[in-house]
Design a protein around this ligand. Sequence first.
Ligand code: GDP
Length: 156
Amino acid sequence: MANETTLVVIKPDAIQRGLTGYVLTRLEQQKLHVIGAKATRVSRELAKEHYKHLSHKDFFNDLLDHLTGKIHGTSYVLVFVFWGPEAIERVRQVTGATHPEKADPMSLRGSFGRMTAAGIMENIIHASADRTEAEREIALWFRPEELLSLPIVTGA
Ligand code: GDP
C-alpha cells in the first residue's frame, strides 16, 4: 500500500456545530498521521482557487460564501494534511459522497451533512479527490515549511 498525503478542510458548518473533535477522531481511526495542521481565515481568492473546477456552476457564489465563513458566521476553518497508506481513499471513505443524502449513513457527510432550505450543501469537510488534486491543494493551503518532512518515523 502506497503512502499518500491528502488535504482535509473542516468546513465552517462543522466548526459552527462543534464537530471538530468528532471529525478528527474518525480520521485518526484510519491510522493516518497529521503532518500539517492549522486554523486559518479563508480569503475569497483562496476559496476561488480551491474550487476553481466549479467556477461555472450556478452554486459557485454560495460555495465561496460557505467556505469563507460568511454563511455560518465563522471566521476560520481548520486545515489538515494527513499522511499514510492510501490516505486519499481512506479519508474519502470516511467523508462519504458529496451529496449528504447519497452519502453512506455511517460516513461524516451521511451522519451530519444536509442541504439547507436556502440550497447550501453543508457537507462538513473537504477531502482531496485524487493525487493530483491533493498535491495542488496542499501547495495552495500550506507553505512547505509548515509540513513535517517525510518520511516520518512510525512505531518508534
Ligand atoms: P467533493 O470533492 O465531494 O467535495 O465534491 P465537488 O468537488 O464536486 O464539490 C465541491 C463542493 O461543492 C461540495 O463539497 C459542496 O460543498 C459543493 N457542491 C457540490 N455539488 C453541489 C450542488 O449540487 N449544490 C450545492 N449547493 N453545492 C454543491
